[in-house]
Design a protein around this ligand. Structure first.
Ligand SMILES: [Zn+2]
Length: 302
């Protein structure tokens, strides 16, 4: 990593604009109050993620990437070839989301969204397997989550997961839980596919999807993937334990809903945690579990 270069961004002789800071593959347009030390650390994270994604994916991200760092909170995203991060996200997205977003920039997000997100989830997980803050796996591996779904009978068949919209809702909902679950399942499935069938098979599947049409996943592949996960004999943490520590308390209600829907062994909520904002469509015996807080927890966007 080279030294940070400070480059004056001159919009006009008398009206100099913000000062982009660049290193390696990234140019940060810093619109936040980040210190030079923070920016330097962030550039190192970004460049390390670039190398990791290129290696794991077998394709290089764009050689120069513009990054905007905003001060407030928001959804990290890679829209229009621009990466946007938010400094106030308790550093969660700021330091763990780059690999995910770089995968999107590398593929161009032209395939089916479930496949695109699965690719990003898998690569980010492969690069940071122990990262407990990383969405969507948090404190345990993608395969551990799939094992948990299998043990509870709550696994979404891939055919259904590919059909359902990725309907995130920061206040929590059944669709929001399905979207989170789909991310974990697709990440686990694509990791298996790369291992068992090779990257060529992954890219073939990716090419068969479009942004309006998911590809078909062969039943044999789904079956073999699940058998491979079972053969690992993992002991997943209970959902409430896995999601309990690493996440902001403001998102607790949303995450408890995740657990109520996928882990039927989750403990009952304390009475004071129940509130009126309970979704009406629930599948779990713990359907009285309320959304006790609005979420400040942010998702990696597309
Ligand atoms: Zn994404």
């Amino acid at each position: 990593m080279g030294l940070i270069q400070l480059t004056a961004y001159v919009a006009g002789a008398q009206h100099p604009g913000p000062t982009p800071i660049s290193s390696g593959h990234f140019v940060i347009d810093n619109r936040s109050n980040a210190t030079p030390g923070e920016l330097n650390a962030f550039l190192k994270v970004l460049n390390s993620a670039w190398d990791g994604v290129a290696h794991r994916l077998g394709k290089e991200p764009p050689s120069t990437i513009q990054v905007v760092l905003e001060e407030g909170r928001g959804v990290t995203n890679s829209r229009n070839g621009l990466l946007t991060f938010y400094r106030a996200n308790d550093l969660r997205d700021y330091f763990v989301a780059p690999p995910h977003e770089l995968v999107h920039l590398t593929t161009g997000y032209v395939s089916d969204h479930h496949i695109e997100e699965g690719l990003a989830v898998w690569i980010a997980h492969a690069l940071e397997p122990l990262e407990t803050r990383l969405f969507p796996q948090f404190a345990q591996s993608l395969d551990a989550w799939v094992t948990l779904y299998l043990e509870n009978g709550t696994l979404l068949p891939l055919r259904r997961a590919l059909r359902d919209p990725l309907d995130f809702d920061i206040n929590g909902s059944v669709g929001d839980t399905t979207a989170w679950q789909t991310y974990t399942e697709m990440g686990s499935f694509l990791a298996w596919m790369a291992d068992a069938r090779g990257m060529d098979a992954v890219w073939k599947l990716w090419k068969r999807g479009t942004d309006e049409r998911p590809p078909t996943i062969a039943d044999d592949d789904e079956h073999e993937w699940l058998e491979a996960v079972k053969a690992k004999r993992l002991s997943p943490k209970p959902c409430i334990v896995a999601l309990g520590r690493p996440v902001a308390s403001s998102s607790e209600g949303r995450l408890r809903l995740y657990c109520a829907l996928v882990d039927l062994r989750s403990p009952s909520p304390r009475p004071e945690e129940e509130c009126a904002a309970v979704p009406t469509v629930m599948h779990s015996p713990l359907s009285s579990q309320g959304l006790s807080g609005t979420s400040g927890w942010l998702l990696s966007g597309s």
